[in-house]
Design a protein around this ligand. Structure first.
Ligand SMILES: NC(=O)c1ccc[n+]([C@@H]2O[C@H](COP(=O)([O-])OP(=O)(O)OC[C@H]3O[C@@H](n4cnc5c(N)ncnc54)[C@H](O)[C@@H]3O)[C@@H](O)[C@H]2O)c1
Length: 401
C-alpha cells in the first residue's frame, strides 16, 4: 500500500487541471443500471460524461444523451463509430463505461482498447471464458486499464474485511460462504406477458445459466476479493422453480479454493421475500467475518468463545483502505451509491496520476480487474459443466489460464 497521505489524493484533480472524461455505451433510459453509473461517476466531481452511444434504440440514445448535456457531435447510435470518433479527438474520452448486456461487452471493449481508451465494464465481463481470456491478453498488451464494476467491492467495510483477512485477524481461512439470493417480485416471478421478460430470463440471450453471471458473479467476486483466493474446483446444482421460466433461477455451488479453503456460493431469484440478499461469511482458524449488503456499514467479527464485535464504518481505528473509501463521519450512512462511486474515485485517481506523469498503480489495488473477470467466467462454465454431468463432479480450474 503506497498511496500517500489523503491530501495527495485530494490534490490530484487540481494538479491535473481537468476532470476525467468518460463515454458510455448502453445505460440509456431503457436500462436497469445506467442511471446508477451516472450517479456514481459524478459523486466526487472527478469525472464527467462527455460522449455516449447510450441505447440500441436511436431515439433513446439521443434523448438520454441530451438529458445529460452530451454535445451533439459526441452522441452516437453505434459503438464502433463512437470508438473511432473519440479516437480521432484531441480531447478524447479517457475511458468508456460499458453498460450493455454481457454478450456485447467483448466487442465493445476491444473497439475502445484499440483506440488506447480505458474500459470500465459491467459484470459479467464477457459471454464466455474464451472471450474473457482474449480480453486479458488485449488489456495486458495495450497497457490500458479494465475496471470491472463489481460495485459491492467499493463498500468501506468490504475493504476492511479484506485488510483484516490479509492481516491474519481470523487466522488461516478455512470456510468461504457467499450468497446473492434475491426474491423480490421482479425476479421471483415471470411476467404475465412473456414478451416483457428481461434478457436475463431469456435463454437465447446468455443461456440457461445466466443467473451465474447476473448475481452469482457478485457473490463469487466478493468472496475472492475479501480472501484474495481463487476457486480451483466447483460442483454445481442448478434448478428452475418459477412457473413458466426457461432459465435456472437457483444455483448451489460447492467450491474448493487455492488457499486450501472450501465453501459454497448460492445464487437465487427465488429466495422469496429477500430484497437483495448479497452477503459473505468467511471463517478462519481463529475467527470469522460476516457482512450483509443490506447493512453495509457493519462488519461483524466473531472469535472463539468471545462475544462478537461490531465494527462500523468511519471509525479511526479501521484500516486505511476502508477509511479512504469513506466520506462521511460515522453514523451518517453512505450506502450503495457511494460504494459504487468508490470504483469511479479509484479509477479517476489512477487516471489523473497517469496524466500528470505519476504512478497510477496504487489506486488500482482495490479495483476488480480483467483477471477477476476471467476467474468468474471460468467458474461459470465449470459450474454448468458440473451440473450437466449430473452429480458432484469436481472440475479443475486454472486461475489466469
Ligand atoms: N453492478 C451491478 O450491480 C449491476 C446491476 C444490474 C445490471 N448489471 C449489469 O449491467 C449490464 C447491463 O444490464 P441492464 O440490466 O442494465 O441491461 P438492460 O438490458 O436493462 O440495459 C442495456 C442497455 O444497453 C443498451 N444497448 C444494448 N445493446 C447496445 C449496443 N450494441 N449499443 C449501445 N447500447 C446498447 C440498451 O438499449 C440499454 O440501454 C449487464 O452486464 C448486467 O449484468 C450490473
Amino acid at each position: 500500500m503506497t498511496i500517500g497521505p489523503p491530501q495527495a489524493r485530494e490534490q490530484l484533480l487540481r494538479r491535473c487541471g481537468r476532470r476525467v472524461r468518460l463515454g458510455m455505451v448502453g445505460g440509456g433510459a431503457d436500462s436497469v443500471i445506467g442511471e446508477t453509473h451516472r450517479v456514481a461517476l459524478r459523486a466526487d466531481g472527478l469525472c464527467e460524461l462527455v460522449a455516449g452511444a447510450l441505447s440500441i434504440v436511436p431515439e433513446i440514445a439521443f434523448e438520454t444523451a441530451r438529458m445529460n448535456l452530451i454535445p451533439e457531435d459526441r452522441i452516437f447510435t453505434d459503438f464502433r463509430a463512437m470508438a473511432e470518433g473519440e479516437g480521432r479527438r484531441d480531447d478524447r474520452i479517457d475511458a468508456v463505461v460499458i453498460a450493455t448486456p454481457p454478450q456485447t461487452h467483448f466487442e465493445i471493449a476491444r473497439a475502445f482498447l484499440r483506440q488506447g481508451i480505458d474500459v470500465i465494464c459491467e459484470k459479467p465481463m464477457t459471454a464466455t471464458a474464451a472471450e474473457a481470456a482474449k480480453l486479458v491478453s488485449l488489456v495486458e498488451a495495450s497497457g490500458r486499464i479494465l475496471v470491472l464494476t463489481h460495485c459491492y467491492t467499493g463498500y468501506p467495510m468490504v475493504r476492511q474485511a479484506r485488510e483484516m483477512v490479509r492481516a491474519g485477524s481470523i487466522g488461516r481461512v478455512t470456510l468461504i460462504e457467499a450468497e446473492f439470493c434475491a426474491g423480490d417480485p421482479g425476479v421471483a416471478r415471470e411476467p404475465a406477458d412473456r414478451a416483457k421478460r428481461h434478457w436475463r430470463f431469456r435463454p437465447e440471450s446468455m443461456g440457461k445459466a445466466a443467473i451465474l453471471g447476473e448475481v452469482g458473479s457478485h457473490a463469487h467476486n466478493i468472496a475472492s476479493y475479501v480472501t484474495e483466493a481463487e476457486i480451483v474446483s466447483v460442483s454445481a446444482r442448478l434448478d428452475t422453480f418459477a412457473a413458466g421460466r426457461d432459465v435456472y433461477d437457483n444455483a448451489y455451488l460447492t467450491t474448493s479454493w487455492d488457499n486450501g479453503a472450501v465453501g459454497r456460493i448460492w445464487s437465487s431469484y427465488v429466495a422469496i421475500g429477500n430484497e437483495h440478499g448479497l452477503s459473505f461469511r468467511i471463517f478462519g482458524e481463529d475467527g470469522a467475518l460476516v457482512w450483509r449488503q443490506e447493512e453495509p456499514e457493519l462488519l461483524w467479527r466473531q472469535r472463539l468463545g468471545r462475544p462478537a464485535s461490531r465494527l462500523s464504518r468511519g471509525l479511526d481505528e479501521l484500516s486505511r483502505p476502508s477509511l479512504e473509501a469513506t466520506r462521511f463521519r460515522p453514523g451518517h450512512p453512505e450506502g450503495y451509491a457511494l460504494a459504487f462511486a468508490n470504483l469511479y474515485k479509484d479509477y479517476a485517481h489512477a487516471r489523473l496520476s497517469e496524466l500528470i506523469g505519476e504512478d497510477r498503480s496504487p489506486y488500482l489495488e482495490y479495483l476488480p480487474d480483467v483477471r477477476a473477470g476471467l476467474a468468474v467466467m471460468q467458474v461459470i462454465e465449470a459450474a454448468e459443466r458440473s451440473h450437466n454431468q449430473r452429480g458432484a463432479v469436481e472440475l479443475v480450474i486454472r486461475p489466469g489460464a
